[in-house]
Design a protein around this ligand. Structure first.
Ligand code: S3P
Length: 170
């Protein structure tokens, strides 16, 4: 477990890559606290992400996301799952890459499309073309990740076991 000793383990990646479910399983296996940045913002704002986007706009949400990430980066030993757009901000890329062990969960385009079809909780999916959104986020994932895992055809349990194996091997 050298790769993460004393560090936060952070999951990044596009919507639908399973960051939250995988993060919960990983935290349980590692006996660590799990924090999902979207859920934390929802709790603090007492509103759902879609409501925050509708009432205060994306810019406000991105500000809250930055605050939360900066706060969590001052802590240690957490498993954190991040929102798919959080790495649009360079500050977040830098902070996470420097402070944490960052794992990028990816999946094939077709599978992501399938997983996200009919989703009503992700406001940006309604407004923007799926592939445009994905392309915009790629650079942030590439720049920040220490490791990339393909989750295509894998359950969150399979992905978390794969990550545990990777951590064991150091
Ligand atoms: C977003 C991804 C979402 C959430 C918000 C915006 C994005 O997180 O933060 O809807 O810009 O890609 P998930 O990746 O957890 O769905």
């Amino acid at each position: 477990m050298k790769a993460i000793s004393g560090k936060n383990l952070v999951l990044i990646g596009f919507m639908g890559t399973g960051k939250t479910e995988t993060g919960k399983l990983l935290a349980a296996s590692l006996n660590r606290r799990f924090i999902d940045t979207d859920k934390l913002i929802e709790k603090e704002e007492k509103a759902k992400i879609s409501e925050i986007f509708a009432a205060q706009g994306e810019e406000y949400f991105r500000r809250r996301e930055k605050e939360v990430i900066a706060r969590l980066c001052r802590k240690k030993g957490l498993v954190i799952s991040t929102g798919g757009g959080s790495l649009l901000a360079r500050e977040n890329r830098k902070l996470l890459a420097e402070n944490s062990f960052v794992i990028w969960l990816d999946a094939s385009f077709d599978e992501l499309r399938q997983r996200l079809t009919g989703d009503v909780d992700r406001p940006l999916l309604k407004e923007q073309d799926f592939s445009t959104l994905y392309e915009k986020r790629l650079e942030g994932y590439r720049e920040t990740a220490h490791v990339k895992i393909d989750t295509t055809d894998k359950s969150p349990l399979m992905v978390s076991e794969e990550i545990m194996e990777l951590l064991r091997r150091g």
